[in-house]
Design a protein around this ligand. Structure first.
Ligand SMILES: Cc1ncc(COP(=O)(O)O)c(C=O)c1O
Length: 453
């Protein structure tokens, strides 16, 4: 068998042949022109196979919450490997999964208390949808099945999660979607879909959801799923009333409110969960990515006690929660999750996310003052984005995929960020220092200057 070093040198010698053996997330033909292959990482830095260093202002993809090569997490995983690496999921669970579920019950706000573990984000948003449908069935409302999502949102690649999502570019090629999903507009204040301005708008983007539920018939609506801060669409940070209004609408119509905190959870917005940042307790909270810091695949769907209680009862009447995957509650992943949570709590990384988030925000606002092409800066904590425009007054979009050019130039300049034709998003590890924040802003500054010529 070819060794990894041989494969890597072969990759360098003959990229075409080697790179055709793998599907990557990027457009393959485009990616293979300048393939990025990371070889190692430490702290907030990556090194690619050529030895080039990158400041990771994206935590991989909002995953490396406690940084790369975190010795505490690695040692915990090692210890767990020696103890138990897999427990039979059809027959129960294991001590680390129970311990992590209890830790989460303590850390989540309100009465969010009961967890279903999985390995990826799509699995838990999908599980939340199934939980909502089965819950209503168990409570005597079998007709409540519809799920309301938002345009521009992303809840994952599996068919249910994809159907709840609102990104045409990722959906159209896979249509038809699953039935029973509908969409409302997101709270994009910068480009209000209702042509209004905050606060005179009365937060129509939230209040209109009640009309949608009423027109659909509340007896058919099971759940509303939202990211507290939308990522795709360009870091859509809602006005403060938005989520509380959704909460009260859902309460009035017996609709479960699901927060997809796969990006915003685990300290990213400056509190452990964005639910706390916005002061709203959802019925179901989904978290993944930063939860295990990327050291092992891990995700969780956490629901309120009263919802979980519906799944208890005599077997003749109640099948329990009918949902499961082979790797759920994997002990290695849960050991990583516990170590990451301890790091976040004991090192007060939420506090660091708030402080460094303010510094990052100030740096991005300085860039907006310097370059007329930045129309808006949005986000909370260490989750920030900028939107590019060619004219601030008309908010006309920048042509020629400007954001992609800036993002690619930043990559050449040694900075990893998330880029789209019209926006850029940043989500560095929660351990990022002030000096590293300044470096992120300085590289962005240089990259913008170079692209603008
Ligand atoms: C907000 C959000 N929800 C769900 C998902 C799906 O997670 P995964 O890719 O782990 O399945 C993602 C992934 O990017 C996401 O950003």
């Amino acid at each position: 068998m070819t060794s990894i070093p041989e494969l890597i040198s072969e990759a360098q010698a003959s990229e075409e042949r080697f790179l055709r053996q793998i599907f990557v997330r990027d457009q393959m033909a485009e990616w293979s022109k300048q393939p990025l292959i990371m070889a190692r990482a430490d702290g907030v830095h990556y090194w690619d196979v050529q030895g080039k260093r990158y400041l990771d202002a994206l935590s991989g993809i909002y995953v490396a919450s406690v940084g790369h090569n975190n010795r505490r997490v690695i040692e915990e995983i090692r210890r767990q490997l020696d103890r138990l690496h897999f427990s039979p999921p059809m027959h129960g669970t294991n001590p680390v999964a129970v311990q992590l579920a209890n830790l989460l019950a303590e850390l989540t706000p309100g009465d969010l208390a009961v967890t279903k573990f999985q390995t990826g984000g799509s699995e838990v948003t999908e599980a939340a949808i199934k939980l909502a449908r089965q819950y209503h069935r168990l409570m005597g409302h079998p007709g409540k099945y519809k799920v309301i999502g938002r345009y521009l949102s992303w809840h994952g690649s599996t068919l249910g999660a994809l159907s709840a999502s609102g990104l045409k570019g990722r959906k159209t090629v896979n249509e038809p979607m699953a039935p029973g999903f509908l969409h409302v507009f997101p709270p994009s204040c910068y480009r209000c879909p209702f042509g209004k301005a905050y606060p005179e708008c009365g937060v129509t983007c939230a209040t209109i959801v009640e009309q949608v539920i009423e027109l659909e018939d509340p007896e058919t609506v099971a759940a509303l799923i939202v990211e507290p801060i939308g990522h795709t669409g360009g870091v859509i940070d809602p006005p403060e009333e938005y989520l509380p209004i959704l909460r009260s609408i859902c309460d009035r119509h017996n609709v479960l409110l699901i927060f997809d905190e796969i990006i915003t959870g685990m300290g990213r917005t400056g509190r452990m969960f964005a639910a706390e940042t916005f002061g709203v307790v959802p019925d179901v909270l989904c978290v993944a990515k930063g939860m295990s810091g990327g050291y092992a695949p891990l995700s969780a769907m956490i629901c309120r006690r009263r919802i979980a209680d519906a799944f208890w009862g005599p077997i003749a009447e109640n099948p329990g929660f009918v949902e499961g995957h082979t790797f759920e509650g994997n002990p290695i992943s849960c050991a990583a999750g516990i170590a990451v949570l301890r790091e976040i709590v004991e090192r007060d990384l939420c506090g660091n996310a708030r402080r460094q988030g303010e510094r990052l925000r100030a740096g991005l606002e300085d860039l907006a003052a310097k370059y007329g092409v930045i129309g808006d800066v949005r986000g909370k904590g260490l989750f920030q984005g900028i939107e590019f425009v060619s004219d601030r007054a008309t908010k006309a979009a920048m042509p020629d995929a400007f954001g992609v050019k800036v993002g690619r130039r930043a990559l050449e300049n040694g900075l990893l960020c998330r880029f789209d034709p019209h926006w850029i998003a940043l989500g560095p590890p929660l351990i990022t220092t002030s000096e590293q924040i300044d470096e992120i802003v300085a590289i962005l500054d240089r990259s913008l200057g170079e692209v603008l010529g």
